[in-house]
Design a protein around this ligand. Structure first.
Ligand code: PRX
Length: 587
């Protein structure tokens, strides 16, 4: 490709020293042998992640450095993480939660999110996470489809749950985290009494729960956690991952993020999304590194301050954040001592060469782009410390992953030819299933390939280059948004009759959400109405999934069967050729 490769001179020894040699000789079977199983021979990802470390020389090592928006600080050692998650396991057992039951966490980035997640896995239940920006509609869709039995949330987020609780007959208990009792609990001080019946408080239950837990002995293929993600059509789908996903998450954390147990690692993602689970809880703790979690909002000065204060060595973030940091200037960077940084990585949306190079300029280190999806459960294509970076490329397949660019018949296309980015099924973190939608799961496969839904090409050196989504899924600030969900929220507005939603290229956010809206008879378009609609979507669906741009239109392009043709809306918006319009009804 045209971009000049970045040839690096490393002043450290990376975990992956010789990419090709490791790739060629790699075997999951050999890797699995290195994992410590439960004493009875069963497997439980949460055991490997925290109990093993709590029993070895890392017992008193800090696993979690947490800092809240107000500067509050909490440190949890591996032993504390293990005991707290044991207690969560018992707390849930006391509520009759068993294997396979779904327990959802609707929480901001607070310490409880992390040890509750592990506690759920420990008893063989399935953990689900919900992004804290979700509104009642998004919550209802996910909690209903999963038939969640328990929801753990905060008093601040609870009002959104209250609005939909009557529609969720299988939601047995809502537990609210009483943060004010956290410190007291940790010091074993007196605790408040449980609240009224529509919910119950967390710490009084924790007080009653035992510290000793009999861990569920799972098969590696048993479900461990699930995340809802969006496609082009229909409601979000529940992607279920198995306990053995940990294997690939740990290997990729080691090779791609270059995690060593001496690292202080900061992943800026939220566990409401898959990155925060795979590389904030599972893969990286498994290696025994210390993880920093910042509960506050994005703020360039604060972010640099955190790196300086905690002496962060490995930093994993996203292109939109990098572009925002770049916009805040290199001068700001120079005010901080960021010399602890060793390796920078990025994921979630295309990382433009300018952003890679800005890392080099500002931190003396380039950002290493990597690629994966909720469904792949872990990084599948990446740039590595020991390989030259071609800025703009996602890099090469992770050891254990066979990636290819194929045509619609399932045949590999040659170098530089655009095609479907596909993977050979069978890696351990490949989704186990789509919750209650086997036909959806099947739709991911073509012949013997797993289809990512992305278009890409490969160059002559085996580097993969992202081109675009093959479908209408929107990536805004790295977050995946399904147009159908936004359209459904829009048409539930009393003044809207129809809506079509697209992702429009945006230099900062990658894409922004644009909605084309047809109003009901008698309703007048206005700027005020646009704002009203935006607020409505933010409140009902999610804070991050509202259309930043709205265009009122009298008619939307539709197929003769009545399906809105988003492809045409996008082509018109971008001034591109309209392509095949033979199925278009009169427009
Ligand atoms: O379109 C690709 C884009 O994000 C999608 C997956 O989104 P999600 O399931 O939310 O997973 C996020 C966890 C990483 C992909 O299908 N994507 C992800 N990484 C990249 C990317 N697009 C371009 N370059 C990347 N590095």
């Amino acid at each position: 490709m045209k971009t000049k490769p970045i040839v690096k001179k490393l002043n450290f020894e990376p975990n992956l020293k010789d990419y090709q040699k490791t790739y060629d000789s790699f075997s999951y079977f050999d890797e699995a042998k290195k994992f410590e199983n439960l004493p009875d021979g069963g497997f439980n990802a949460a055991y490997t992640v925290c109990d093993v470390n709590a029993q070895n020389f890392r017992k008193n090592k800090v696993a979690l450095y947490w800092e809240g928006e107000e500067g509050e600080e909490i440190k949890l050692t591996f032993q504390e993480l293990s005991l707290l998650s044991n207690k969560v396991g018992n707390l849930l057992k006391n509520l009759e939660v068993g294997r396979g039951d779904r327990v959802f966490l609707f929480l901001p980035r607070i310490p409880e999110l992390y040890f509750c997640f592990l506690g759920i896995l420990k008893i063989g239940a399935i953990a689900g996470t919900l992004f804290s920006a979700f509104g009642p509609q998004a919550l209802e869709d996910r909690l209903k489809n999963s038939d969640a039995k328990i929801l753990i949330t905060t008093p601040q987020l609870y009002p959104r749950v209250q609005k939909i609780k009557q529609n969720l007959p299988n939601l047995k208990t809502v537990i609210l985290i009483d943060e004010e009792n956290r410190t007291a609990f940790m010091k074993e001080a007196k605790l408040k009494k449980p609240g009224k019946n529509s919910y119950t408080w967390f710490y009084p239950l924790m007080e009653k729960a035992l510290e000793k837990l009999h861990l569920a002995s799972m098969k590696p293929t048993d479900p461990a956690f699930m995340l809802y993600t969006s496609g082009t059509t229909g409601k979000p789908k529940g992607v279920v991952h198995q306990h053995k996903a940990l294997l690939h998450e740990c290997i990729s954390a080691r090779y791609v993020l270059d995690i060593k147990d001496t690292d202080v690692y900061w992943c800026t993602a939220d566990p409401g999304w898959v990155t925060g689970i795979a590389y904030e809880i599972l893969g990286t703790w498994c290696i025994g590194s210390s993880t920093l979690v910042y509960g506050g909002r994005f703020d360039p000065a604060k972010w640099y301050d955190l790196i300086q204060e905690y002496k962060v060595t490995v930093w994993y973030t996203a292109p939109t954040a990098i572009r925002m940091l770049a916009a805040s200037g290199t001068e700001l960077v120079k005010k901080y001592d960021l010399s602890s940084l060793r390796h920078l990585a990025s994921v979630g949306e295309p990382l433009n060469p300018e952003a890679v190079n800005w890392g080099q300029k500002a931190f003396g280190l380039p950002f290493h782009d990597n690629y994966w999806q909720t469904e792949t459960g872990g990084i599948v294509i990446a740039n590595y410390p020991s390989l030259d970076i071609k800025p703009g490329s996602m890099g090469k397949p992770v050891p254990g992953i066979k990636a290819e660019v194929i045509n619609n018949q399932g045949q590999p296309v040659g170098p530089y030819k655009e095609g479907n980015l596909a993977l050979k099924p069978g890696w351990p973190s490949m989704m186990l299933k789509i919750w209650r939608r086997p036909e959806k799961y099947q739709s991911y496969f073509l012949k013997n390939w797993y289809l990512t839904g992305d278009k890409a090409f490969k160059d002559e050196d085996g580097y993969f280059w992202f081109i675009s989504r093959a479908d209408d899924v929107i990536k805004t600030s790295g977050e995946r948004v399904g147009p159908f969900e936004v359209e459904s929220a829009l048409v539930s507005h009393p003044k809207i009759i129809e809506a079509g939603v697209i992702g429009k290229p945006d230099p900062l956010r990658g894409e922004l959400i644009k909605a084309f809206v047809t109003l009901k008879k008698g309703e007048k378009p206005s700027e005020k109405l646009k704002e009203e609609i935006q607020t409505y979507v933010k409140k009902h669906l999610a804070g991050h999934a509202y259309p930043r741009e709205i265009e009122f239109t009298d008619k939307l392009p539709k197929t003769r069967s009545g399906k809105i043709m988003r492809r045409l809306l996008k082509a018109k918006e971008l001034g591109l050729p309209l392509g095949d319009t033979s199925t278009l009804e009169d427009y």
